[in-house]
Design a protein around this ligand. Structure first.
Ligand code: SIN
Length: 350
């Protein structure tokens, strides 16, 4: 075929293809609103004899589409799950990054809720310096610190020390002002296992049945460090820590201070019970049943992203927008992680 004949042939084929596609489109009903969870095709159905539902989680579509439309000037971003998680590349966290890059990272954190970075060999000082760009760092009163820096918590697991972070939780919700986020650096990782999972607290709220959401709206959850850390303290230390950190009530549904979006703020690690808005405790059986119902959505795989760690991977999570869960499937192997947590604001419902 001559060049001209080939061009004409291609043009004819393209023309026919375009006509066919156009005809096909005209025959089809208009597409449903791609972000409308009530659209046909996005309905879930209960399995017979059970309250377990299967089918698409249509309420994730709008957020997923919003994230896909985002563009970043200072680094590359690859979304890693439906509504949360993004791998960020093209920057070194050890560098003294310019303010516009830090501002963009803060925006990306608010959008993707947890950011992942690979190949970031950070010294403790560099880890602290990076985290400090996002706010003051907290010192954890119960967890062991890296010897060079009190603000860096060191999770050093081995045959002698098992991993007990394998429950869904936001960090330090027993504080009056819990952390806004944390930067976790993998120092040593096992050959297999030890992944960390994150679950979207906004999407978890959207998972609630309307009746349940109405019941819990306005309730408070009482958060208490004793649940997790009490057994590690002598009676005297427990008494003095109790004075420093009394139980604290936060809204069950809180409003994210940066994005203005509501999210669930209840976790099994630290919440002891629920109260009405005036502080009146709920009947214990109802409280326990509601806590269970509010924590379950975080266990839904579609709301999660899972990080397979490599040495010098870093995860930076928004401690309000996600809960996390560290898989404890590598004992007796060694897994060493270091975490710097950034002080946040007191959770409120707006
Ligand atoms: C944590 O719960 O903050 C630790 C997470 C992890 O070790 O993956």
């Amino acid at each position: 075929m001559t060049d001209t004949a080939a061009r004409n042939d291609t043009a004819t084929r393209n023309d026919t293809a375009t006509r066919n596609v156009t005809a096909d489109r005209e025959d089809r009903p208009p597409p449903p609103d791609r972000a409308d969870p009530t659209a046909i095709g996005a309905q879930r159905v209960a399995l017979p004899g059970s309250d377990v539902k299967v089918g698409p989680l249509g309420h994730l579509a709008a957020e997923r589409q919003r994230l896909d439309a985002l563009r970043w000037e200072h680094f590359d971003v690859t979304r890693t799950s439906a509504t949360l998680g993004a791998e960020v590349s093209g920057i070194s966290l050890a560098d003294d990054l310019p303010d516009p890059v830090i501002a963009d990272l803060a925006r990306a954190l608010a959008d993707y809720k947890v950011l992942f970075f690979r190949d970031q060999p950070l010294t403790t000082a560099q880890h602290v310096a990076f985290a400090r760009r996002f706010g003051e760092l907290e010192v954890h009163p119960f967890l062991p610190a890296n010897t060079d820096s009190p603000e860096v918590v060191r999770f050093a697991k081995s045959a002698d020390v098992g991993g007990y972070e394998n429950g869904w939780h936001h960090d330090v919700t027993w504080r009056e002002v819990p952390s806004m986020g944390a930067v976790l650096h993998a120092v040593e990782v096992p050959d297999s296992g030890g992944d960390t999972l994150f679950a979207d607290a906004h999407a978890a709220l959207d998972e609630l049945e309307p009746q349940l959401r109405e019941r819990v709206d306005g309730l408070l959850a009482v958060h208490d460090f004793v649940h997790v850390f009490g057994h590690t303290l002598s009676p005297d230390d427990l008494a003095s820590m109790r004075e420093l950190h009394p139980p604290v009530a936060h809204p069950v549904i809180a409003t994210h201070d940066r994005t203005g979006r509501d999210h669930l703020y209840v976790n099994r690690f630290f919440v002891s019970h629920l109260t009405e808005a005036d502080g009146e405790p709920l009947d214990p059986a109802e409280s326990a049943q509601l806590i269970d119902a509010l924590c379950r959505p975080f266990e839904t795989p579609e709301l999660q992203v899972r990080l397979r760690w490599e040495p010098d991977s870093v995860a930076f999570w928004d401690n309000r927008a996600v809960q996390h869960y560290a898989c404890s499937d590598y004992w007796p192997d060694v897994r060493v992680m270091e975490r710097a947590s950034i002080v946040g604001t007191r959770p409120v419902r707006r």
